[in-house]
Design a protein around this ligand. Structure first.
Ligand code: TEU
Ligand code: CA
Length: 556
């Protein structure tokens, strides 16, 4: 297995719109991030993944780009960007930018040209199809954000494809001119000195050219079988590697909706010359029912363990993944996997032990380090996420159970992770002096950075300690992984070991005290870390694992 910096580092994801507002317009911006660089550095992370900050009408909060060569007005200027990059590099940190090239904004000049006429030179930058015989959309594909994946355009009497909102037309990667445009914009940012890209929905860029109707009965399967892993996806990414990626000392992480574990190493295998790693999403989609996110189904710890075990097995030494438990698209880590009520602090700390000791490059989402939780706004009018609002409208139109729908929004909606970062207990948690673009979580007087820094037992200092511990022991990076009790319904116990050291991690995912006995006895063990403090020593015969307790033992 190759040893390299992006396997050893830890990523911290910033959603710029919600991180820190520096000019009082209620919207986070790059200068706000610059103000907080010392805070980020002090936590002990290495790489910042910066959410899309290019010019955008913000139909999908920056994932709809209208100019790839300039900074979004709300976020500041190119000079601000250059100062942010310099501020990170001078602190020994790196910057990943968010490459969103499966689609652009409909306000990009490429699309404005493309829609003008059928023979416009930009027509084939996108996917245009005539109406079906019945005058309707060319096929039955549905958007991630509800409704048809096709939008009719009067002027030329054809439909265009958009797997996301109708303001996010899919780019046609079959067109070599499109690919050249993408490589050119990638070089522009890489030549400014950025350290790599997070690649938005990269497995979707190659379309199945028959555009045949698909089985749309289960959305997760539809993504895996019809939208993702298309016939030329590896050819395109290998060409990108050949044309751009191989010429820079950078890392790339592909967001992989639809990439199943058997296909993972085709994207990240060392010999593949494609991507450094991927975010697989199986543990994010596991509670999505047939109709997707707002049709939730229960999940258990056994599901989580099975997914991580199968992915670790499939990735092996040939590939690499990034480990994450939340991001700007999925519910808060402590609310979804922990207990954000009476065990918020304890379970948030326990979850950080999972996030930072599994095999892969960990990615911490802003606010996880202070235990920020899901939110429940009073009215749908308080919600901002286009996905939530689109599906709300559809549910209403179809006479859906709106209480059930709102419960799904409270547990799985994306605005849960987009409420402003909570800096202190002043108005708007110190995020803005203006009217925030989205309401805050009202627990900010208690849950905020200032309180965390003042409290030696805070989640923040636990993350900081764990990050340092991980840096001291390369076994957590390069060591192998083995689940020690896959069938246990409350305990997640695994081993990380290599020729240097052996660590045993024991995590209790329940509110009960659990009597636990390690199936494979390891003799003398030293208890290095527990979120309950160091309460006992090595004998693992019948330990009592407290509610939401996490323990890391080291073999003496
Ligand atoms: O997300 C696409 C994706 O597959 C999942 O994150 C999820 O399906 C999505 O949130 C819809 O439920 C990426 C970005 O992370 C997301 O913020 C964008 O909305 C989307 O692509 C389109 O660019
Ligand atoms: Ca601002």
């Amino acid at each position: 297995m190759k040893k390299i910096w992006w396997k050893e580092n830890v990523i911290y994801q910033i959603y710029p719109r919600s991180f820190k507002d520096s000019n009082g317009d209620g919207i986070g911006d790059l200068r706000g991030i610059i103000e907080k660089l010392d805070y980020i550095k002090d936590l002990g992370v290495d790489i910042i993944w910066l959410g899309p900050s290019f010019k955008s009408p913000n139909d999908d909060n920056g994932y709809d780009i209208s100019d790839y060569y300039d900074i979004m007005d709300e976020f500041g200027t190119m000079a601000d960007f250059d100062e942010l990059l310099e501020g990170l590099h001078s602190r020994g940190m790196k910057l990943l930018m968010d490459l969103v090239v499966n689609h652009s904004s409909d306000e990009h000049n490429w699309f404005e040209e493309s829609r003008k006429s059928k023979d416009n030179p930009y027509r084939d930058y996108y996917w245009w199809k005539p109406p079906a015989a019945d005058g309707g959309p060319p096929n039955n594909w549905i958007s991630f954000f509800g409704g048809s994946a096709w939008e009719f355009d009067e002027l030329t009497g054809e439909y265009y494809l958009h797997l996301f909102t109708k303001k996010q037309p899919d780019l046609n990667w079959e067109n070599p001119k499109v690919r050249e445009e993408v490589y050119k914009l990638m070089r522009f940012w890489l030549d400014k000195g950025i350290d790599g890209f997070r690649m938005d929905v990269i497995p979707l860029i190659s379309k199945r050219l028959d555009f045949a109707d698909a089985d749309i009965s289960n959305f997760t399967n539809l993504v895996a079988t019809t939208y993702s892993n298309g016939p030329r996806v590896h050819e395109f990414i290998q060409e990108m590697h050949e044309e751009v990626l191989q010429h820079y000392d950078i890392m790339t992480v592909g967001e992989g909706p639809g990439i199943t574990k058997d296909l993972g190493n085709l994207y990240v295998g060392e010999s593949r010359k494609e991507l450094s790693m991927i975010f697989h999403l199986d543990h994010m989609f596991m509670d999505h029912g047939d109709k997707g996110r707002f049709d939730p189904i229960p999940f258990s710890l056994l599901d989580v363990k099975r997914i991580f075990n199968e992915w670790d097995e499939a990735t092996g030494d040939e590939g690499w993944v990034s480990i994450f438990l939340d991001n700007h698209d999925f519910a808060r880590i402590v609310s979804r996997f922990g207990n954000d009520k009476e065990y918020r602090v304890t379970s948030a700390k326990m979850l950080s032990m999972l996030l930072l000791t599994l095999r892969g490059t960990p990615c911490i989402y802003q606010g996880s380090e202070i235990g920020m939780t899901n939110v429940k706004f009073d009215s749908i009018d308080d919600y901002r996420d286009v996905e939530t609002l689109n599906f709300y409208k559809l549910a209403k139109e179809n006479g859906g159970d709106m209480d059930a729908f709102m419960n799904a929004v409270y547990t799985l909606g994306r605005d849960n992770v987009r409420t402003p970062m909570q800096w202190n207990d002043s108005e708007n948690a110190g995020f803005t002096t203006g009217q925030p673009w989205i309401n805050l979580n009202q627990n900010y007087p208690e849950v905020n950075v200032e309180n965390a820094i003042a409290d030696p037992n805070s989640i923040f200092y636990f993350y900081k300690k764990l990050l340092a511990f991980r840096k001291e022991h390369s076994t957590f990076v390069y060591g192998n992984y083995k689940d020690l009790d896959p069938s246990h319904e409350k305990i997640y116990a695994y081993r990380r070991s290599d020729k240097n050291e052996t660590f045993i991690v024991v995590l209790n995912f329940s509110s009960e005290t659990v009597d636990f006995k390690l199936p494979e006895y390891y003799g003398e063990l030293e208890l290095c870390i527990s979120n309950y403090g160091i309460i006992d020593g090595g004998d693992l015969e019948n330990i009592k694992v407290m509610p939401w307790e996490g323990r890391i033992y080291r073999k003496k």
